[in-house]
Design a protein around this ligand. Sequence first.
Ligand code: GZL
Length: 357
Amino acid sequence: MKKILSVLLALTMVLALAACGGSSAPAATEAAAPAATEAAAPAATEAAAPAEEAGSTITVGFAQVGHESDWRTANTKNYQEVFSADNGYDLVFVDCDNDNAVQIEAVRTSIQQGVDYIILAPIQSAGWESVLQEAKDAGIPVIVADRQVDADASMYDAFIGTDCEVEGELAGKWLAEYLNGAEANILVIEGSVGSSAAIGRTDGFNAIAAEHPEWTILDSQSGDFTQTGGQEVMESFIKSYNGKFNVVVCQNDNEAYGAMDAMDAAGITYGVDGDVIIISYDATHDGLKYTLEGKINCNVECNPIQAAYVDTIIKQMEAGEEFATYTLVEDQAFVAPGIESAYATTMTQEVLDGRAY
Ligand code: GZL
């Protein structure tokens, strides 16, 4: 394990933009990461002391959310491919099983082990200040990935992820375009309570809904980003609102699969030829397969291929080079065949075959 130099981070600018539930005003600039295969251009602003020994193994403690969804599986696979021994890493990976206490303990263990870097994909946004201070006191850089923490950006060294509030807005804008003034009675299956992904998608969608008095959000419950959760919430919704709703917003694909199962069992039709419009998030392979089949009307992407950006930042820190403190992985949306949209790409088999995950 490489001895850790006291890393002198001269913050000259911190980019603390709203993302996945954040609400701070946008900072001067951001490093928009174009496609998942290109390293983000460093917007930078950091200079770290060069690593003591070039070529030594870099030990990284990664506290991952869990294994709750297809998206998470793709995200984990991407990190395990990039943070390999051949690429100079010893990855200490912890699947925190969607348990916030386990995740806090996993980060503390990494600090005690004296890893070189910590990657944190926070299950919940709140409650990270003291642990981040402990990492700072130990001189261990922390990179927040995928989801946001509520702590000030000065409490960690970089963020790489998507903007879930923008994703929520995109879903709302598409629905407004698709309904074209028609009434909507909406049920929402939210993601994990307290996660910046659920908060952001909810806030973003609700901001658009507020512009449409012809829309009513009948109910909104957490399905915890799981298929079981999506089915259970949809079953409960059907008991309360059968025949009264025409839109279901699922905050990830696995929840959408569960909701589809519940509606199938109740004889409720959905998709482009059904009574209920389904909006989903993640645009994973199966989610886009259902979108191509017309079962999901609109699927808003959240790109899980993020590890290369983190690898680049760590290597830049190791070399004492400037690095991006805020990297936004760009998203897009997809719609079922037959739907033309200014906000989304119409699905084809070619689009599906060309996807990276
Ligand atoms: C979004 C990510 C969410 C996905 C879910 O950035 O954190 O967590 O949308 C996953 O599928 O469980």
